[in-house]
Design a protein around this ligand. Structure first.
Ligand code: COA
Length: 318
């Protein structure tokens, strides 16, 4: 059950919003945001939807992979901020890039990109599909409450994509899922049934930041250590750690728990992207790939956590 990454792509909307810009809307400041999160700015869409951004990232990944859209066998997409519940993000992107293969979404919030990798590996193992496009794309700015300073400072918009083919480079994964909506949720609130008697939820991101922080700093190192043990890998063998970009302090806390991996191996772009939910991992992979940082054969741990609650760590050879 394995794959090889053929190509990567990403897209960010042009407008970059600084912490000082956000301080015009809510009672906050650059010092508070940057010291508590490591975030200094984030990209925010003004006239592009999540599917349009996702399609741009997808086309770039196809170009990098050296294949055409009609050579794809399957498209998997993840988003929590798409413009529709129906049709799926994957179907919108399928049409936008000119593909004709099956296309559907997977929902797992910030862990979704790694859940899609796990799923793609299983599909590739059947031999039924040979080229799979994965896209994580988010317009988080449209699902935030811009009067809530505890959440609107954290997130950003953007998209990332990878193209996979059968190969030997997906070496394993370890994950934990703990169902529950109390800590982190984004309700839907559509329709107007005259029979509904209960209160309607607020349809923006709701988060208990402290509990999310504790979950992440406990489970990410735990899942990475379990993954390394399961695959018989030493920390000293790891060339890169690609962590979900939610808070630089979380990444630093994970690095402190994994003493056998040098801190500079923990990659980060959160300072000018914020948390782009399902897009953080492919965005970071693409940016480092395009900078030429990864060498063929590099061993990387990729780890994500998020609403669910869920946490997943995967081992990949570049
Ligand atoms: N600007 C200024 N002050 C703020 C603020 C902001 N943007 N947001 C909250 N505060 C205030 C709070 O009101 C509180 O004030 P009080 O002490 O007077 O009550 C104080 O700062 C401390 O708030 P707290 O929530 O305890 O801060 P924190 O150190 O836990 O940091 C987060 C908050 C959200 C940055 C942090 O909990 C976090 O990153 N959690 C994880 C979030 C995450 O990863 N989400 C994505 C999951 S995929």
């Amino acid at each position: 059950m394995s794959f090889r990454i053929m190509g990567t792509g990403s897209y960010l909307p042009p407008l970059s919003v600084t912490n000082d810009d956000i301080a015009k809307y809510v009672d906050t400041n650059d010092e508070w945001i940057s010291t508590r999160t490591g975030i200094r700015s984030r990209h925010v869409a003004t006239d592009e939807t999540a599917s349009e951004m996702g399609a741009k990232a997808a086309l770039e990944a196809l170009k990098d992979a050296g294949i055409q859209a009609d050579e794809l066998d399957l498209i998997l997409c993840a988003t929590v901020s798409g413009e529709y519940i129906v049709p799926s993000m994957a179907c919108l992107i399928q049409r936008a890039i000119g593909a004709h293969c099956p296309a559907f979404d997977m929902s797992s919030a910030c862990s979704a990109f790694l859940v899609m990798m796990e799923t793609a590996a299983a599909y590739l193992a059947t031999g039924r599909y040979r080229r799979i496009l994965l896209v994580g794309t988010e317009q988080m700015s449209r699902v935030l409450d811009w009067t809530d300073r505890s959440t609107c400072i954290l997130f950003g918009d953007g998209a990332g994509a990878v193209v996979l083919e059968p190969g030997e480079n997906y070496l394993g994964s370890h994950m934990v899922f703990m169902g529950g909506e109390e800590v982190l949720n984004l309700p839907t609130n559509v329709g107007n049934s005259p029979y509904w008697t209960l209160e309607r939820p607020r349809d923006t991101v709701n988060m208990n930041g402290g509990e999310t922080y504790k979950f992440a700093t406990r489970t990410v190192p735990q899942e990475i250590l379990a993954l390394l043990e399961q695959t018989g890998t030493q920390q000293s063998e790891i060339d890169w750690v690609v962590c979900h970009q939610a808070n630089q302090r979380i990444i630093d806390a994970v690095a402190r728990r994994l003493k056998g991996i040098a801190p500079e191996k923990f990659l980060s772009n959160i300072a000018d992207h914020g948390n782009t939910t399902a897009a953080t991992i492919p965005l970071l992979l693409d940016e480092c790939n395009k900078k030429g940082m990864f060498k063929r054969g590099d061993l990387m741990v990729v780890a994500a956590f998020g609403g669910g609650l869920s946490c997943i760590a995967s081992l990949i050879r570049w």
